[in-house]
Design a protein around this ligand. Structure first.
Ligand SMILES: Nc1ncnc2c1ncn2[C@@H]1O[C@H](COP(=O)(O)OP(=O)(O)OP(=O)(O)O)[C@@H](O)[C@H]1O
Length: 318
C-alpha cells in the first residue's frame, strides 16, 4: 500500500534521507525508529505529501505523491490521518468541536458530523467528555481526542509522530493498545515514528531502523529483536560479555518455544553441567521471545551442538 523506492531527500546541500526503499502493507502496524535527527519525521512527512522528496519514488495506493497537483494532494491527504506528540488540539474548542473540525472543513452535514464524532469518541473511550475543554483533560485523554479527530474522514492510513513520547509508561501502553484496537477493528495501516524501542516491541509488526538518513534495519519486529545483527546491537547499545574459556553458545527461542524447558531437558538428557552466562526473555508483539548464552567445555562441543541441531532451536557459537 505504501511503496518507497530509492528515495533521497536533501535540505539544501545536506542529504537527510539516503536511498530509502521499503514496502508497507495494507493493515500493517509499522514503526520507523531511530535516534534524534535520523530522518524519521522527514520520512513520515514525505508519506503524507507535506514534504517534497528530491528523487526516487513514493507511492501510496499506487499514487506517486510527487505527481499530484494541489487539489489531488488535498484529496489524498483526506485519506491520511495524523497524530502528534503534543496533540495539536484547539484549546478554546470543546472535545466535540475539536473532533468535528475536519468534517466541518469538508462540508459534512451537522447530523453526519454529530453521529460520527459521537461514534469515534465512544471508540476512544471519551463519550463522557464531549463538552470538556482540552485543559480539563489528562495527556492520555488529549491524545485520545487527537486520535478520534484523525479518524473522522475514514482514512486508510494513520501516521503517528512520537504520539506517546510525552506520556508516562502506563498511559503509553493504554494509547498503544487503543492504536492496536483501531488497527484491527478498522483495518487501518498505522505508521508510527518513535525513538522508543519499548513502543516498537509492544506494537509494531515490522520496523525500519534509520540512522543519519540510512536504513540500518528493516524486518519483522521479532526478527530484529530476537536475532539482532551488529548494527542493531550497536543501536540498542548492547554488548555481549562472555567468558574466554570453553565454548559460548547463544540460543534463540522464538515465540512459544521460549517457555519450554529446553535447557534443563538438555542438561538432564545429556547428563551434563553447563553455565548459563546470561539470558533474557521479552514480550514482543504479545509473544514471549528470548535468547540465552550458555558456556560449555570444549570437549562437550560436539555432543551439545548435535543435540541442539536435533531440536528446532536457532543457535550460534559466539
Ligand atoms: N525544515 C528543515 N530544514 C533543514 N533541515 C531540516 C529540516 N527539518 C529537519 N531537518 C534536518 O533533517 C534531519 C532529520 O530530521 P528529522 O526531524 O526528520 O529527524 P527525526 O529522526 O525525526 O528526529 P527527532 O526525533 O529529533 O524529531 C536533521 O538533521 C534535521 O536537522
Amino acid at each position: 500500500m505504501i511503496t518507497i523506492e530509492n528515495l533521497n531527500k536533501y535540505y539544501g546541500d545536506v542529504k537527510v534521507l539516503n536511498d530509502i526503499s521499503i514496502d508497507i502493507k495494507k493493515g500493517e502496524m509499522f514503526a520507523i525508529v531511530g535516534h534524534s535527527g535520523a530522518g524519521k519525521s522527514t520520512l513520515l512527512r514525505c508519506i503524507n505529501g507535506l514534504e517534497d522528496y528530491s528523487d526516487g519514488s513514493l507511492r501510496v495506493n499506487n499514487k506517486e505523491i510527487k505527481s499530484l497537483n494541489k487539489q489531488q494532494l488535498r484529496e489524498f491527504r483526506k485519506n491520511i490521518g495524523m497524530i502528534f506528540q503534543h496533540f495539536s488540539l484547539i484549546q478554546r474548542k470543546t472535545v466535540f468541536e475539536n473532533v468535528a473540525l475536519p468534517m466541518q472543513l469538508w462540508g459534512y452535514s451537522k447530523e453526519e458530523i454529530s453521529k460520527k464524532v459521537k461514534e469515534l469518541l465512544a471508540l476512544v473511550g471519551l463519550d463522557q467528555k464531549l463538552n470538556a475543554y482540552p485543559n480539563q483533560l489528562s495527556g492520555g485523554q488529549k491524545q485520545r481526542v487527537a486520535i478520534a479527530r484523525a479518524l473522522t474522514l475514514n482514512p486508510d492510513v494513520l501516521l503517528s509522530d512520537e504520539a506517546t513520547s510525552a506520556l508516562d509508561p502506563n498511559t503509553t501502553t493504554s494509547i498503544l493498545n487503543l492504536l492496536k484496537e483501531i488497527n484491527e477493528k478498522l483495518n487501518i495501516t498505522i505508521v508510527l515514528v518513535t525513538h522508543e524501542m519499548e513502543v516498537v516491541k509492544q506494537i509494531a509488526q515490522k520496523a525500519l531502523l534509520l540512522e543519519h538518513g540510512n536504513i540500518i534495519g528493516f524486518d519483522d519486529t521479532e526478527e530484529l529483536f530476537l536475532k539482532p545483527d551488529e548494527k542493531m546491537k550497536d543501536f540498542l547499545g548492547e554488548t555481549e560479555v562472555v567468558p574466554n574459556d570453553g565454548v559460548n553458545i547463544k540460543l534463540y527461542f522464538p515465540k512459544d518455544n521460549a517457555y519450554q524447558s529446553f535447557i534443563t531437558k538438555m542438561a538432564r538428557e545429556l547428563d551434563m553441567d553447563f553455565n548459563i552466562v546470561w539470558g533474557k526473555l521479552e514480550e514482543i508483539n504479545s509473544h514471549i521471545v528470548g535468547n540465552m548464552v550458555i558456556n560449555i567445555k570444549d570437549e562437550d562441543r560436539q555432543v551439545v551442538t548435535n543435540y541442539i541441531k536435533e531440536h528446532d532451536i536457532v543457535w550460534e557459537v559466539l
